[in-house]
Design a binder for this molecule. Structure first.
Ligand SMILES: Cc1cc2nc3c(=O)[nH]c(=O)nc-3n(C[C@H](O)[C@H](O)[C@H](O)COP(=O)(O)OP(=O)(O)OC[C@H]3O[C@@H](n4cnc5c(N)ncnc54)[C@H](O)[C@@H]3O)c2cc1C
Length: 482
């Protein structure tokens, strides 16, 4: 009996490797050898994102056109192989990583800005366009693309759309979903369909944004562009502690002022940022707020007066206004480079991403601190305070198992605390692989079943990024956390 079983397993392995060889041949035949990566060292490069290591896929394909994407999806369907779309791999929840075989569709070659419609302030782009490249490209026309994740120097529009990426300026401009006007998508059969927010009927554009590659593969998008504001001002307010800084955040929003951006960094982060970038933050403060307001000159001046008064009432020790564009840029470069700067503190960091109601920020930050202290983990806080979107960076050395376990424990405690405070399990990074089991903590069985039915309409065979978003502990391969 046992011998029989061993033979069966061997047969399955031979069949699998023969089938993988045939799959690769078909892909090469369809797209050419340059577009298909199969060498183990190439596949290994695509087996991770900024959160985790997954499994090497059966093949990595770099399409050059929508027609290529369509052909690849059709071939994948023939071979029963899943498709995992991939932008820059900066995702923080294991979304762009294959878990068992499959074809990774990398959009590195579909990175062109196809049309700029200045009159209507919109652009059509391929999914592999890097976020910041779009803003740079349209700057000469006095326009910019508002969603600005801190990863914007490298993350792609396709990845941003699939995760509904946010960023510091999304407090007033809205997240990616508010800036996508129309999509071209390849469905699970390899057929192309389009959506537009101008269409009557269901808003399929909104359904696709944030769907993490599980409903379709985005092959191009019309994006909304905004005109440069007349005036922009950036201020730094320094506080003795995190508590008073977070009280000030609640008070600013409570007063009906919505700055363009309202970010907070604690002392662990400002020191790391200053050591790395000398960006202009005070290193002796318990917490700093980075505040930006943009608009017509009178509004910006009025906002300055009001915000300055509120932070002073909440104990700000200092208030500085960036005097030049270069000073503003340096402050933002420091903020956006904060995660990288923690390399000075520990070789690895894990970013938790949770949201709490703004009024609960002080409690949430206290809970972060006590969870980290209980597990002896160094934590640095740098986050979109105006949105109540926390990003505690938990620092560790991944070679030390005990430290990894302590970080997992701390991350879970923070997640639970956000839920207990009436918040949610992800502010902007998505669910992906990492948080799929946590979905049951915020959604009922009926909620999840409804989402599952939506997924089944778009992708009944669950061929597009399977194993993501939905809880399924029973098929949980070992993925090194975090
Ligand atoms: C230092 C750092 C800072 C960050 N800051 C922010 C931040 O401020 N705000 C924020 O929201 N995120 C942030 N992130 C997370 C990450 O950058 C975003 O989630 C980003 O949108 C991912 O883009 P990407 O191109 O790297 O996508 P990937 O990581 O490659 O993929 C992300 C998801 O998108 C899917 N996908 C990719 N392309 C397509 C496509 N064409 N069609 C369908 N699905 C697709 C993938 O399958 C996957 O599920 C940060 C990450 C890092 C490392």
């Amino acid at each position: 009996m046992q011998t029989h079983l061993v033979m069966l397993v061997k047969d399955a392995a031979v069949f699998r490797s023969e089938s993988t060889t045939m799959l690769r041949e078909r892909l090469i035949e369809a797209l050419g050898v340059e577009a298909v990566k199969t060498a183990p060292e190439d596949l290994a490069v695509y087996a991770f994102d900024a959160y985790t290591d997954g499994a090497p896929p059966s093949a990595v394909v770099l399409p050059a056109s929508t027609r290529d994407v369509s052909a690849v999806v059709k071939i994948a369907r023939e071979f029963g192989e899943p498709i995992v779309a991939r932008g820059a791999g900066t995702g923080l929840c294991g979304g762009a990583v294959a878990t068992a075989g499959g074809i990774v569709l990398s959009f590195a070659r579909m990175n062109r800005i196809l049309e700029l419609d200045e009159r209507n302030r919109r652009a059509r782009v391929q999914p592999g366009v890097i976020n910041l490249d779009l803003s740079r490209h349209v700057a000469a026309s006095g326009l910019f693309y508002a969603p600005d994740p801190s990863s914007q120097k490298i993350s792609t529009i396709g990845g941003n759309i699939a995760t509904n990426a946010g960023g510091p300026h999304c407090l007033s401009y809205g997240t990616t979903v508010n800036h996508v006007l129309a999509l071209e998508v390849v469905d699970h059969r390899g057929e192309v369909f389009t959506t537009s927010i101008d269409d009557a009927g269901y808003d399929l554009t909104a359904a696709l944004v944030g769907s993490e590659g599980t409903l379709g593969v985005v092959t191009s998008a019309w994006l909304r562009l905004l005109a440069f504001p007349e005036a922009v001002r950036v201020w730094v307010a320094a506080f003795g502690d995190i508590d008073s800084a977070s009280e000030a955040v609640s008070a600013i929003i409570g007063a009906g002022i919505v700055p363009t951006a309202l970010e907070m960094m604690d002392s662990v982060i400002t020191r790391a940022v200053e050591a790395a970038f000398a960006a202009g933050y005070p290193t002796d403060a318990g917490a700093v707020l980075l505040v930006e307001h943009a608009g017509v000159e009178e509004d910006v001046a009025a906002a300055e007066t009001s915000i300055h008064a509120i932070v002073s009432q909440h104990g700000a020790r200092s208030w500085r206004s960036a005097r030049t564009a270069a000073e503003r840029a340096a402050l933002w470069a420091g903020r956006k480079g904060a995660a990288g700067a923690t390399g000075r503190i520990a070789p690895n960091y894990y970013t938790q991403d949770v949201c709490v109601p703004r009024s609960r920020l002080p409690q949430a930050l206290r809970a972060v601190e006590s969870a980290a202290a209980e597990n002896a983990v160094t934590v640095g806080n740098v986050f979109h305070a105006g949105d109540g979107n926390l990003h505690p960076l938990l620092m560790y050395d991944k070679r030390e198992r005990k430290q990894v376990a302590a970080v997992v424990e701390t991350g879970n405690a923070i997640l639970q605390c956000a839920i207990d405070l009436g918040g949610t399990i992800s502010g902007e990074h998505g669910i992906g692989w990492e948080k799929r089991d946590a979905m049951t903590r915020i959604y009922s069985t009926a909620d999840l079943a409804t989402m599952g039915r939506v997924r089944d309409v778009f992708d009944p065979a669950r061929a597009l990024n399977p194993e993501k978003i939905f809880p399924n502990g029973s098929r949980c391969p070992e993925v090194a956390p975090p």
